[in-house]
Ligand binder design. Sequence first.
Ligand code: FAD
Length: 364
Amino acid sequence: MAAGRIVILGAGVSGLTTALLLSQDPSKEITVVAKHMPGDYDIEYCSPWAGASFFPVGKPNTAHAEWERASWSVLKQLAEEHPEAGICFQPTLVFSREKDANSATGRWFAELVQKDPWYKELVDNFEDIPTEKLGPGIKNGSRFTSVCINTAVYLPWLLGQCCKNGVVFKRDTFKHVAEAGYAHHSGEKADAVVNCTGLSSKTLGGVQDDTLYPIRGQVVVVRNDPLAMYSVSGCDDGEDEVAYMMARAAGGGTILGGSYQKNNWDPLPDSNLAVRIMTRAIELCPTLVKKGQGVEGLDIIRHGVGLRPFRDDGPRVEKERVNGLSVVHNYGHAGFGYQASYGCAAKTVTLVNDVLQEKAKGKL
Ligand code: FAD
C-alpha cells in the first residue's frame, strides 16, 4: 500500500473495477476520466453490450485462468450478498460439437466445453451430461451453476461504490495517454495513469497497440425468459457465429447471441444475422417461445453490437514509462472482461503500488 495521485483512463468494467479496488486504500486520491460512462451505449464502449456471464475460457495453469478464478469468488459473493449489484445465479448448460474442434468459435470455447474442465471444482453443481441425453452432433455437454451480470445495473453499481470511496469522475477525451497525467482532480500531476481504454488502445497516442483488433459481437435482447443460460461451441451458419443465451438479473431481459467476427468494425446490427441468432436460440431452447411459435414469438427489446477488444497475446496488464509518466495498462480482455475483471484489477493494483513505492524511494 502506498499513497498517491492516480488517474484511471476509462470507465468500462476494467476501469471501474480497478478504481474500486484501488479506492479501498484511503491514502490514494483517484480520478476516473472517460469519454463514455455507465448509461451510455456506443460502439467505442464495449462493456454495456456484454451478456454478461461467467463462462471460463482460460487455459488451465495460466494467468488467464487465475484471473477468472479470482473473479469468480467475488462475483459469487456479490450474487449471494448484494442483489443491488445486478448479478444472479443461473443454471447453465454448455455443449461441444465434434465439428467445431478447429473452428474460431470452437477454439474460443475450448476450455468452457471440456468434459472435465479445470473450473468444475470452482462452480457449484457441475455435472457431465450423460451421452444418451445429448442431442444429435453433440460430443459432450455439462451443466453447472454460474452467474449472469445485468450490465445496465452492475456498471452504475460499480460507479456508485467508487463514489462512496471518494473517487472523482470526469468526462474527457484524450489523443495521447500522457495527457491523462494532467487530468487529476487535485490539479496536480498524477503519480500514475492506469490505461483501461479497451479497444481504443489501438489508436491512443503513446500506446498504439497493433496487436489489438475487434471481434464483433451482435446480440438481440428479448423479454422472453429461458430460465437458464446456454452456450454451444458453434453452429452451421458460419465459422464466426455461435448460439448462446444469458438471462440477466433484475428484469434485464435475455441476451441472445451471437457472432465472433474478427476485424469487423461494423457498428450496425445486420438484420439477416439477427434472424439467424433468434432462430438458433429457439432451436437451442424451444421453450423460449410458446408452443408452435418461431421468431415471431420473441418480444424484442433491442438489437445491439459490441466490439470485443481482442489482443493476440492476451490482456496487457503491465507497467511502462511514457513521456516521463508511469502508465499501468489493463486492457485487451476480448470476450472475458467481466469474468476476469477482479483478477486483472488486483494485478493492476499491485503494479500501481510498485510504481508509487519506487517514486517514494526517489527511483522515478
Ligand atoms: P470498454 O468497456 O470499451 O471501456 C473503455 C473505456 O475507455 C470507456 O469508458 C471509453 O470511453 C474510454 N476511452 C477509450 N478511449 C478513450 C480516450 N481516448 N479518452 C478518454 N476515454 C477513453 N465478457 C465477459 O466476461 N462475459 C461475457 O459474457 C461477455 N459477453 C460479451 C458479449 C458481447 C456481445 C461483447 C461485445 C462482449 C462481451 N464480453 C463479455 C466482453 C466484455 O464486454 C469486454 O471484455 C469488456 O467490456 C471490456 O471492458 P473495458 O473496460 O476494457 O473496455
